[in-house]
Design a binder for this molecule. Structure first.
Ligand SMILES: [Fe+2]
Length: 346
């Protein structure tokens, strides 16, 4: 038996309960919501054979830097996907390549897959991240082109708008990024993906006061269990630093970043924040050791590589840091950036 998800994709399961939980978990995954792992775990409780739910759990494990859990979940996806649809089999195969460190194979499989299934949003979301983390100089232009060519398939979908908007602000197309992000939030107000874009735009255009006001209000309703909460808190700390409020930035470090449920994000965002405080030469000794492995023994499971440390127009370093051990740090897509099929609708 099969169900159809909100993107019109076949999801193979005999359990309506499993499907509903999967659908909910998928939306939380796409919105950086707090219930993604919980809902997907509940989906596989209802149907242990629901391969795409196992895949979703693998992707969420990657976000938290838990490579062992990611590989275990992908193994379950491979074991269970045999009787599913072609879309689901290809979905699992392509994402398994990324999780297994075969990025070039993953990009090739995904490129073919989206020709037939452009609305496979979970896969597209992961490919977009993988492009950004791959480290090549032309990655952001490639990422824009990859996302723009899918525009006709998505229309005004809230996730797609926020995902395309992210690629735009990375190439300084701030006005388009803001319009798309605000449109996304109108449809799905708890979409952290869109709120994150607006934080970036404000920081990189030095509209920091307004950015801080927006983000503080939005974060008041954001559940700490969300794996992205730590990074969003880091953005609050960036606004505090820009305003010269170093003590407030340290409060955010102690209260939100250090105890985060996402160890990978705590390490990358915590390091990125302490480094900026060090550059400002404020406050004497900084709590570097609090981030070290003895307090977070799970951290050595994933090697973290720096994909980019650059400077924004405002002179503030950007924080894009990726899991190099999983995705690799070499360009693995064709050198020629493809032309979009047609311009994206804004
Ligand atoms: Fe960010």
């Amino acid at each position: 038996m099969a169900f159809t998800d909100r993107y019109g994709l076949t999801v193979t399961t005999d359990s309506s309960v499993a499907f509903e939980r999967f659908q909910d978990g998928m939306d939380h995954l796409l919105a950086y919501g707090p219930e993604g792992e919980t809902r997907l775990a509940q989906a596989v409780e209802a149907d242990p054979g629901l391969a795409v739910a196992h895949t979703g759990r693998a992707l969420l494990a990657l976000v938290a830097g838990d490579a062992a859990a990611a590989r275990a979940a992908m193994a379950r996806a491979r074991e269970t996907v045999g009787g599913a649809s072609r879309r689901e089999r290809q979905h699992v195969e392509a994402l398994d390549a990324f999780v297994g460190g075969e990025s070039a194979r993953g990009f090739a499989l995904a490129d073919e897959h989206v020709k037939d299934f452009p609305r496979d949003a979970v896969l597209v979301n992961q490919v977009s991240s993988a492009i950004a983390l791959a480290g090549a100089a032309d990655r952001e232009e490639y990422r824009v082109a990859f996302m723009e060519r899918l525009a006709p398939a998505y229309g005004d979908d809230w996730w797609y708008q926020s995902a395309l908007a992210f690629t735009y602000h990375e190439v300084d197309r701030f006005d388009e990024s803001r319009r798309l992000s605000e449109a996304s939030l109108q449809k799905y107000p708890r979409n952290a993906h869109a709120a994150h874009n607006l934080a970036h735009i404000s920081l990189e255009t030095l509209d920091c006061e307004a950015g801080a006001a927006f983000l503080d209000e939005w974060m008041a309703g954001y559940d700490r269990r969300a794996s992205f909460h730590c990074h969003m808190a880091w953005h609050q700390a960036m606004f505090a630093l820009h305003a010269g409020r170093h003590a407030h930035a340290m409060e955010i470090f102690e209260r939100e970043i250090l105890p985060s449920s996402n160890p990978r994000s705590a390490m990358t965002d915590g390091t990125a924040l302490l480094w900026r405080l060090k550059l400002d030469a404020e406050g004497g000794a900084l709590p570097w050791r609090a981030l070290a492995g003895e307090r977070r023994p799970e951290l050595p499971a994933v090697a973290v590589g720096i994909a980019e440390v650059g400077h924004s127009p405002g002179g503030l370093m950007r924080e894009e840091i990726g899991a190099g051990s999983i995705f690799g740090n070499h360009r693995v897509w064709p050198a020629v950036v493809p032309e979009p099929a047609q311009p994206a609708e804004l």
